[in-house]
Ligand binder design. Structure first.
Ligand SMILES: [Zn+2]
Length: 56
């Protein structure tokens, strides 16, 4: 499974890859904090839903 950061609306080439939705979500959260300078509380329910919708 993978999720492109760009599909979520960021101008970014990061692609999270994993074997489960949970793995992708963990990578996406770590990436958002490390590379987009987001705080954990900025990863809202809305954003999580958007990420989930873009996992293929
Ligand atoms: Zn990104």
């Amino acid at each position: 499974m993978e999720m492109k950061c760009r599909d979520v609306g960021f101008n970014c080439d990061f692609v999270a890859k994993g074997n489960s939705e949970q793995e992708i979500m963990q990578q996406a959260a770590a990436h958002a904090q490390r590379d987009h300078g987001m705080k954990p509380e900025e990863i809202t329910e809305d954003l999580q839903n958007k990420i989930r919708a873009n996992i293929h």
